[in-house]
Design a protein around this ligand. Structure first.
Ligand SMILES: *Cc1c(COP(=O)(O)O)cnc(C)c1O
Length: 216
């Protein structure tokens, strides 16, 4: 696969869902990928990237940002409170807001800075004990809590359990978003992004299908 092939498939999925081409944001997930692969995708003109670790992003992106204009970085992995400051300085969007303490920390930083990255609340749709995210039962209350802190909550994010059919998870995320008046849906990865687009994804997070398999 390649950026070009994935972009073509994404446009087809958008058209099939009756949505405008380019209306879904393609987040190229560059975590763990060698820099020359990331650079190749930058050279093809892509500018929206996802990383799952603050520290890895911090090591890699400042140099690229000095050379390429208009890069947007999305944090898609868990965020520890003690890395929140670095994260809000670096990222344009954070997809892993999932607990009150992090919401409070982000709200404090937003007040201090007068600005805040776009936020997505991660929902643990599979209720997997090892996975981050708010349980579906607690979603409405947590969304209300984050909004009460004046945080810019743009939508919801989920990572369906690996062995499951992702569709019920995408549907459930859409249902929770709709009843809370949230427009953003961050869902869909290399193996299932077309389903996600059919079910209303506004942001897909695609790594290996663009860059190739990750080592480790
Ligand atoms: C790694 C990762 C992706 C991309 O996964 P691929 O299967 O390589 O497309 C998407 N979302 C999250 C949260 C990830 O950690």
């Amino acid at each position: 696969m390649s950026l070009e092939a994935i972009t073509r498939r994404l446009h087809k999925a958008e058209a099939a869902a009756g949505r405008a081409p380019g209306s879904v944001t393609l987040i190229a997930v560059s975590k763990v990928q060698p820099s020359e692969r990331v650079e190749a995708v930058l050279d093809q003109g892509h500018r929206v990237f996802g990383e799952n670790r603050v520290q890895e992003a911090q090591g890699r992106w400042p140099a690229f940002q000095a050379r390429y204009q208009g890069i947007a970085l999305h944090l898609i992995g868990p965020l520890q409170t003690n890395k929140a400051r670095t994260a809000v300085e670096m990222f344009d969007a954070i997809h892993s807001l999932d607990r009150p303490k992090l919401a409070q920390t982000l709200a404090r930083l937003a007040q201090e800075r007068g600005t805040c990255p776009d936020l997505f609340i991660q929902i643990n749709t599979g209720a997997e004990p090892q996975k981050a995210g708010v349980l579906p039962d607690g979603a409405d209350a947590f969304i209300a809590e984050a909004r009460a802190l004046d945080l810019p909550v743009k939508g919801l994010m989920c990572i369906p359990p690996v062995e499951n059919d992702p569709e019920p998870h995408f549907r459930q995320l859409g249902t929770i978003a709709e009843r809370n008046g949230l427009a953003g849906l961050s869902m869909g990865m290399s193996d299932d992004f077309e389903h996600a687009v059919a079910l209303g994804a506004t942001h897909v997070r695609i790594g290996s299908a663009i860059f190739g398999a990750r080592d480790g």
